[in-house]
Design a protein around this ligand. Structure first.
Ligand code: FAD
Ligand code: DLZ
Ligand code: SF4
Length: 514
């Protein structure tokens, strides 16, 4: 009996649940490069090259492991352009008795998988994705017992479930969370760790040529492509992170420095999200580093919290909130993102730096995404759906299940506070505290009014004033509203005028249509 096992581009793990439900001798693994997946957003060229190269290498790894693989390339003249069309063609080639597939990572593709049984008239088994710690059922059970879905409490349950950093049922160090210790600004340091660079092999060079040829109008370029594309090389990057960056990961988690794209971050999210690395295994190795004295608790706890806390929580929210989540727009924002989100061509240094490195590497770290590009988009009142599409397009690690709740929920407050207790907005002062960007900026971070004033300052107060009717009941915003109310009416008006003039200029000079 032949089983058809379609493996999608973010399912590149040898112990995938669908593979476990099949037997190599009786199965055909189907991998498909399809146009529809390349164009639902204009993915960064690095993301396209990465996925195709990682898929092609994974097909070889599957064959080495004894699987028969049917691999459909993008330039195959018969390629139908979408998953359903390719499964239909594969059924003609192999006449399988059943299809076994691991659940998809987003609503759009999940709907396709759901349609296959009726469409093809044969049994389709959709296996849960066991690469996550928390199942959909567990998350729903956790969420339905609560009025507020606080990540911290979810995280504690995941610590209990996995036993990570637990001693006799209690958190190691007698505290669940060491975030308070993790907000240090960084200094430029010649000894700073750097992610490993991987020279493209022939497989990668072929897909680079393909991407340049077919997707020339997508953002980014491929000249400096140096990401890992195999599980073995991703593992090398993990080893390097644990050895050289994990010890300082916690201290400098929120820091930003000009010209330093990676700092002490792991740069493993692309590999985890596409399946080359196993998130729980990475957490266990981080814990081992703590237990052996190789890394301090604040770093290891922080790292583990990002993965079994934030990452799992985002996924839970994505599936619980349903396909309509993408349309939430609590603050009723509708401004177009400036065109320079696609070029980095702005005189605001924090933004040109963050966007510039995003275009160059398809990566920016969490605080750059949240407090620079996200903060600015929220302050100017950008359409949250367009902001979501921008993040989905430009980041190598972006898949909707993780990108959407981070962007629309956490960063743009589009869900009105379902997953963030207050909007992540700040004036220039926060960026100045956590980075060296302001020192070489054309604007003065200390000024609110005038041609040289940092735009974030007036925009911050304008945002709070504009949304007062929706936000002033929020306990965490009581202090800024008190500060605003203490200012004279003339000062308040000058701030609002400054913001209005900035937004007018932005609409005239930089408005984009998506
Ligand atoms: P590290 O700083 O080394 O963190 C360790 C790991 O924790 C990461 O590899 C990642 O797997 C996980 N992690 C950390 N924070 C989060 C988080 N908030 N949500 C989920 N996982 C997290 N992450 C993505 O993987 N894909 C996305 O599309 C994505 N979009 C984002 C959009 C916005 C607006 C924001 C604010 C954050 C987004 N993040 C996203 C979270 C975070 O920015 C990235 O996970 C992180 O920058 C990846 O780099 P790293 O591997 O060096 O992470
Ligand atoms: C992102 C992406 C791209 C660009 N191309 C492909 C592809 O050609 N074939 C494939 O199997 N997967 C691709 N992916 C990843 C999918 O979009 C991802 O697996 C789905 O969004 C389900 O989460
Ligand atoms: Fe950004 Fe303002 Fe600092 Fe310039 S002064 S880098 S615009 S926060």
């Amino acid at each position: 009996m032949t089983t058809l096992v379609p493996v999608l581009g973010d399912q590149l793990s040898l112990d995938l649940s669908s593979l476990r439900a099949a037997v190599p001798g009786d199965a055909v693994v189907l991998m498909m490069e399809v146009a529809e997946e390349t164009t639902y957003v204009r993915h960064h060229k690095i993301k396209l090259a990465y996925i195709f190269s990682a898929m092609r290498h994974h097909a070889l790894a599957l064959e080495t492991a004894g699987w028969r693989v049917d691999y459909v390339r993008l330039d195959d003249p018969e390629n139908s352009g979408n998953f359903t069309g390719e499964v239909a063609r594969a059924i003609q080639r192999h006449d399988p008795e059943r299809i076994v597939v691991t659940e998809a990572g987003e609503w759009r593709v999940a709907a396709m998988l759901d349609s296959w049984e009726t469409l093809f008239g044969r049994p389709v088994e959709i296996c849960p994705d066991t690469r996550f710690v928390c199942s959909h059922g567990e998350f729903d059970a956790w969420a339905s017992e609560r009025r507020e879905l606080t990540m911290e409490f979810f995280y504690r349950d995941m610590r209990r479930k996995t036993g990570l950093l637990m001693d006799n049922g209690k958190p190691v160090g007698e505290r669940w969370n060491f975030d308070k210790d993790n907000r240090k600004p960084a200094q430029a340091d010649l000894l700073m760790p750097r992610p490993l660079r991987f020279t493209p092999d022939q497989v990668t060079r072929d897909v680079i040529a393909l991407v340049n040829d077919r997707f020339g109008d997508h953002p980014g370029d491929l000249e400096a492509f140096d990401y890992a594309v195999t599980a073995a090389d991703a593992e090398r990057q993990a080893v390097s992170f644990f050895a050289s960056a994990l010890p300082q990961f916690g201290d400098y988690e929120d820091a930003m420095l000009t010209g330093e794209r990676f700092l002490w971050h792991s740069i493993l999210s692309p590999y985890i999200n596409s399946g080359l690395l196993d998130p729980l295994d990475l957490c266990r190795r981080a814990e081992a580093a703590y237990r052996s004295g190789a890394a301090p608790l604040n770093s290891v706890e922080g790292y583990i919290r990002q993965i079994i806390g934030w990452r799992e929580y985002m996924r839970g929210i994505y599936w619980r909130e349903g396909p309509g989540y993408v349309d939430r727009n609590f603050l009723e924002h509708g401004r177009a993102l400036p065109n320079w989100y696609w070029t980095g061509d702005t005189d605001m240094h924090c933004l040109s730096e963050t966007i510039g490195q995003t275009l160059a590497t398809a990566h920016a770290h969490h605080i750059q995404r949240l407090m620079v590009t996200g903060n600015f988009a929220l302050l100017i009142g950008a359409d949250p759906k367009q902001v979501h599409l921008w993040y989905l397009e430009v980041y190598l690690d972006a898949y909707e299940w993780v990108e959407l709740p981070n962007t629309l929920g956490m960063s743009q407050f589009g869900d009105g506070g379902l997953l963030g207790s207050k909007p992540y907005v700040s004036s220039g002062a926060y960026i100045n505290r956590m980075s060296d960007y302001c020192g070489t900026c054309r604007y003065n971070v200390k000024e609110r009014i005038g041609d040289d004033a940092c735009p974030f300052n007036a925009l911050y107060w304008d945002f709070l004033a504009r949304h007062r009717h929706k936000l002033e009941g929020n306990r965490r915003l009581a202090m800024p509203y008190r500060t605003w109310d203490r200012q004279s009416e003339a000062d308040q008006q000058a701030t609002l005028d400054q913001a209005a003039a900035f937004l007018r200029r932005l609409d005239i000079d930089g408005g984009a249509s998506y």
